[in-house]
Write a protein that binds this ligand. Structure first.
Ligand code: GDP
Ligand code: CA
Length: 319
């Protein structure tokens, strides 16, 4: 067991893989996860928080492992019925999953803090790491496309990431207040790990909450990012397309550019070894290693290698 205080910044599927890796490692004891709430949206009158639920279900081993999201052993009777009633059902919400959304919505109506709702859900599903929110306020990512602005889920699920992304806006972020728990956790961290998540809509949305990025810049923590790209492509999802449309390169450089004000180290895949000299020129420590995580062992091994590397380099810098 280690007494290292670690914070993981995580989106959905890539974030949950990294969270599970830390949870299975010797570094679990003092690790907490800050998740992304900016993919949240209301469906059928219910508040749905996809990235947070992916974290909770993954860390509670309730996740559908094939898809990487949603509950295992899920059924869709309610959605089928809604479809027969003529409702839009492109957002796949299973019967078990809907219990989470009903519960969250009910507690929100009672005025319970979003962070506390997450704690209760995490307890119910046995999540193996604490999950913090960047803010209890509502922040929603919007995507501007040639045919106009879309909510994130309209872009991601309904339009299957096909439209070109012209611009991204984190609606509500300018007036959101960071949670004291997230700020405190960042401030006391020895190591901050940025999961291999979408740098724009997952990590970017967390950093958009006023005070969060500043807290990372001000902390004494060593900050390491795991690249979500392998051979310049995403494992899944639109991060590569989004980087390109925002004028950033679809390689380790593009990932680094969003994090340059605080990053100490990057973990890149063997397939991206060619990016190493450029990253070294930026003054970064770089670990080159296989980064594809399929099994629990892959996740634990990658996150253990990343933390071991960070600890070793952190000590060297201090010496
Ligand atoms: P989302 O919210 O569900 O879209 O998930 P995230 O933002 O957390 O993660 C999306 C990113 O995870 C994508 O850009 C993928 O390339 C990346 N990703 C998923 N699985 C892996 C993996 O096993 N290894 C690495 N390096 N990246 C991964
Ligand atoms: Ca997401």
């Amino acid at each position: 067991m280690s007494d290292l205080t670690i914070t993981l910044l995580a989106g959905g599927v890539g974030g949950a893989k990294a969270a599970e890796g830390l949870a299975a490692s010797i570094y679990a004891a003092n690790t907490q996860v800050i998740g992304n709430i900016a993919d949240d949206e209301e469906f059928h009158g219910l508040w749905v928080s996809p990235d947070i639920d992916t974290l909770i279900y993954s860390l509670g081993n309730q996740i559908d492992r094939e898809r990487g999201w949603g509950r295992k052993n899920e059924s869709y009777r309610l959605l089928e019925e809604l479809s027969l009633l003529g409702q839009d059902t492109w957002m796949t919400l299973g019967d078990l999953d809907l219990a989470t959304h009903i519960y969250r919505t009910e507690l929100r109506k009672q005025g319970v803090r979003a962070s506390h709702i997450v704690q209760r859900l995490a307890k119910r599903y046995g999540a193996s790491l604490p999950i913090l929110l960047p803010t209890d306020d509502v922040v929603q990512t919007q995507v501007n496309t040639p045919s106009g602005w879309l909510s994130f889920q309209q872009y991601f699920v309904r339009e299957q990431c096909k439209p070109e992304v012209l611009e991204v806006d984190y609606k509500g972020a300018n007036i959101a207040r960071a949670t004291s728990e997230a700020l405190f956790q960042i401030a006391k961290s020895d190591l901050i790990i940025i999961a291999p998540s979408n740098p724009i809509v997952s990590i970017g949305a967390i950093l958009a909450t006023p005070g969060i990025q500043q807290a990372i810049e001000n902390s004494n923590a060593y900050v390491l990012a795991i690249s979500p790209l392998i051979a310049g492509k995403t494992v899944k999802g639109p991060a590569d397309k989004m980087l390109a449309s925002m004028g950033l390169s679809t390689d380790s450089k593009g990932i680094y550019q969003g994090y340059s004000s605080f990053l100490d180290a990057m973990v890149i895949d063997e397939a991206d070894r060619g990016d190493l000299p450029w990253l070294h020129d930026q003054g970064l420590d770089v670990l080159v290693t296989p980064t594809l995580m399929k099994t629990r062992e892959d996740k634990c091994a990658l996150l253990t290698r990343a933390v071991d590397f960070a600890q070793q380099r952190r000590k060297q810098r201090a010496a």
